[in-house]
Design a protein around this ligand. Structure first.
Ligand code: PHE
Length: 351
C-alpha cells in the first residue's frame, strides 16, 4: 500500500497536462485499479483485518483524490492562461498582412497642385458638367457652323444638341452667366475626344482659366502663367507666347515653358541633345489668348448679371491646360495610357 501510494504521488506530481493527469487517475482510482479493488475486497477479509485494511485503503484513496484535485486545478489554470496568451489579439496592431494605405492618383495630385497655385493668385475653383450642349461647347464659344472640331469624328455626340464636352471652355460661358465681372476662375475637369493612341486618350483632363476685368492684357496672362510655370517647374523658368488660333480668343497664343531639364539650352552638359524638349529648349504647355469680344456677346444679360459682360467695357484672358501633359513633363511619364491602366507599380511611384 505504501509503495503504491508513493508511486501514485510521484505520477500525479509529474503529470504535465490535465489529460495526462486523468490517465493517472484512471490508473490508480479507476474501476479496475488496485486500490478500489482492494476496498471492494475488504468484506472478504478475515474480520480482524477488515477495519484496519479498510481504514488505510480509504485514507490512501482520499489522499490521492485530494492530490489529484489539487494538481488538476493547477494544470487547468496554467492551460487556460496558455490558451488566453495564444488567442490574444492586440487590436492596436496593423492588420496582417499590412494593407498599404491608398494615395491620390497622380492626376488628382497634379490637379490639386494646380488649383493651389491659382488659388494663391486669387482665382476661385469652379466645376461644370461633362455632358454639355452644342451651344456651350461650340456656338457660344464663337465656333463657325462648319468648324472642323464639330465633326462627328472629333466629338462624341449624344444627340444633335448634346455632346461630351471636348474642352473645359464651355465653363467660361457658364461662369460668366453665373457671376458678374470682375471674374477670376479656374475650372478643372474631364474632357472627351474620339482619339486613342500613345499621345491621345478618349478621356483626359484640362484646367481652364478665365480672368475678366477692366484693362486686362496679354501681359497679365503672361505674368500669371509665369507664376504657374515657376511654381510647377522651378524658379528659373521662362514662358514665351507664340501666335496661334482659337475661335474664342483673339489674339490667340500657344504658351511654352523653358525646358527644366536643359535649362532652356536644348542640350545637356555632355553636349547631347535634350531628350525632353528634343533640343528645342521649350516645352509647349497650353493654349490661351485674350477673350474674343464675340464670347462676351454670347453671355446674356440677366437680372443677376446686369449689366453683364459688355465687350466695350471688359477685357480678359483665358487658357486651357492639359493636366496629363503637365504631369508627364513634370514626372517624365512616357505614355499617356499609363494614367488609366490602374497598374499599382506605376501609380505607387507618386506621392
Ligand atoms: N479649349 C482649348 C483646347 O481645348 C484651349 C484654350 C482654352 C485655348 C482657353 C484658349 C483659351 O484646345
Amino acid at each position: 500500500m505504501r509503495e503504491l501510494t508513493e508511486k501514485a504521488r510521484a505520477e500525479i506530481a509529474a503529470a504535465g497536462s490535465s489529460a495526462q493527469l486523468e490517465q493517472v487517475r484512471v490508473r490508480y482510482l479507476g474501476r479496475r485499479a488496485e486500490l478500489p479493488l482492494l476496498l471492494r475486497g475488504v468484506a472478504q477479509l478475515p474480520p480482524e483485518q477488515r477495519a484496519e485494511v479498510g481504514r488505510q485503503a480509504n485514507l490512501a484513496r482520499r489522499d490521492l483524490e485530494a492530490l489529484i484535485a489539487e494538481r488538476m486545478e493547477t494544470l487547468a489554470v496554467g492551460e487556460m492562461q496558455g490558451r488566453l496568451a495564444a488567442d490574444a489579439i492586440d487590436v492596436t496592431l496593423p492588420g496582417s498582412p499590412t494593407v498599404p494605405v491608398g494615395r491620390l492618383h497622380v492626376l488628382t495630385q497634379t490637379t490639386r497642385e494646380l488649383e493651389d497655385i491659382f488659388l494663391g493668385l486669387g482665382f476661385t475653383v469652379l466645376e461644370g458638367p461633362e455632358v454639355e450642349t452644342v451651344h456651350y461647347n461650340f456656338d457660344a464659344l464663337n465656333h463657325g457652323k462648319t468648324h472642323p472640331a464639330r465633326a462627328r469624328t472629333d466629338t462624341f455626340y449624344l444627340s444633335n444638341e448634346v455632346v461630351l464636352r471636348t474642352h473645359t471652355s464651355p465653363m467660361q460661358i457658364r461662369a460668366m452667366e453665373a457671376h458678374p465681372p470682375p471674374l477670376y476662375v479656374v475650372i478643372p475637369g474631364r474632357v472627351f475626344r474620339p482619339d486613342s493612341d500613345a499621345t491621345h486618350t478618349p478621356q483626359f483632363h484640362q484646367i481652364e482659366g478665365l480672368a475678366v476685368d477692366e484693362d486686362i492684357t496679354l501681359a497679365d496672362l503672361k505674368g500669371t502663367l509665369l507664376a504657374f510655370a515657376r511654381a510647377v517647374f522651378g524658379d528659373e523658368r521662362q514662358v514665351r507666347l507664340r501666335p496661334h488660333f482659337f475661335p474664342f480668343t483673339e489674339p490667340s497664343v500657344e504658351v511654352d515653358v523653358s525646358c527644366f531639364q536643359c535649362s532652356g539650352s536644348g542640350s545637356m552638359r555632355d553636349g547631347s541633345r535634350c531628350a525632353l524638349c528634343k533640343g528645342e529648349g521649350w516645352l509647349e504647355v497650353l493654349g490661351a489668348g485674350e477673350v474674343d469680344p464675340n464670347v462676351y456677346s454670347a453671355v446674356p444679360d440677366t437680372e443677376r448679371n446686369a449689366p453683364g459682360y459688355d465687350p466695350e467695357k471688359v477685357q480678359g484672358y483665358a487658357w486651357g491646360m492639359g493636366i496629363e501633359r503637365i504631369a508627364m513633363l513634370k514626372h517624365g511619364i512616357p505614355d499617356l495610357r499609363l494614367y488609366f491602366e490602374n497598374d499599382l507599380r506605376f501609380l505607387g511611384q507618386f506621392g
